[in-house]
Design a protein around this ligand. Structure first.
Ligand SMILES: Nc1ncnc2c1ncn2[C@@H]1O[C@H](COP(=O)(O)OP(=O)(O)O)[C@@H](O)[C@H]1O
Ligand SMILES: [Mg+2]
Length: 233
């Protein structure tokens, strides 16, 4: 579905990503784990067209989408859910969802709303509330829902557990599991290694802007490096 090859990216003259290569197959859920500052968000932002790569390639289903502006990336079928459940605080839940559809040059289709409200019934109850009045967990749900209304081929989730209490993390990950079961292709980046490796099919470890290891989640979870550095074992 998506193949990233030798990607270099950063901010101004500051290089962050160094020859990053990985791929995600259709219906697969791939996790990229790594510590704070490893470059996880920079990687997703570069794919999403928010940070410009200095070299390398991003190919989605045989189409080269490297360095395209973000609105075109959305149209190609990649949705990016930023970390911290970032949504438009002074817009209603409904208007936030409309914005998600708008960036794909669509008006909200009825079927799409039914789908996201089935997955997130609490958003339906709060449809006319301002996003700023939502709890942290509800905001994260809205951020994911906003990504889904563009009907993406690939959903990229940036640390969906960030800043949430354990009970809410369980709840969010249950939703992500349902999305995975529905066949959606998902690229998940997380510091929360336990959750990510439990749910994903395969994983990569990103450290200092480089892919340090890759393997099945079972392989990663049992490796000495991951156990010591990420699982505290
Ligand atoms: N807008 C920015 N300008 C300059 N440096 C940045 C910017 N955003 C992030 N960085 C730096 O890039 C590095 C990687 O950050 P980030 O991709 O956010 O890592 P992660 O998501 O893995 O925590 C960090 O050293 C961070 O300070
Ligand atoms: Mg980050």
């Amino acid at each position: 579905m998506i193949r990233v090859t030798d990607l270099y990216s950063g901010y101004g003259k500051v290089p962050i990503l160094n020859a990053v290569s990985f791929e995600v197959s259709e219906h697969e859920m791939v996790a990229i784990i790594g510590p704070n500052g490893a470059g996880k968000s920079t990687l997703l932002k570069t794919i999403a067209g928010l940070v410009h790569p200095s070299s390398g390639k991003v190919v989605l289903e045989d189409q080269d989408v490297t360095g395209l502006p973000s609105y075109q990336i959305v149209r190609h079928g990649i949705a990016y859910v930023p970390e911290g459940g970032r949504v438009f605080p002074n817009m209603t839940v409904m208007d936030n969802l409309r914005m998600g559809a708008y960036s794909n040059r669509q008006t909200l289709k009825e079927g799409v709303l039914d789908e996201v409200f089935t997955l997130f019934p609490r958003l339906k109850e709060r449809a006319e509330k301002f996003a700023r009045t939502l709890s942290g967990g509800e905001r994260q749900m809205l951020a994911i829902a906003r990504g889904l209304v563009s009907r993406p081929k690939l959903l990229m989730l940036d640390e969906p557990s960030l800043g949430l209490a354990p009970k809410l993390v369980d709840e969010i990950y249950e939703k992500i599991r349902l999305l995975k079961e529905s066949g959606l292709t998902v690229l998940l980046v997380e510091q929360n290694t336990t959750y990510a490796l439990e749910l994903a099919d395969r994983g990569y470890v990103l450290e200092n802007g480089r892919i340090f290891m890759e393997g099945s989640c079972a392989e990663l979870a049992s490796s000495d490096h991951v156990r010591k550095a990420y699982l505290g074992l």
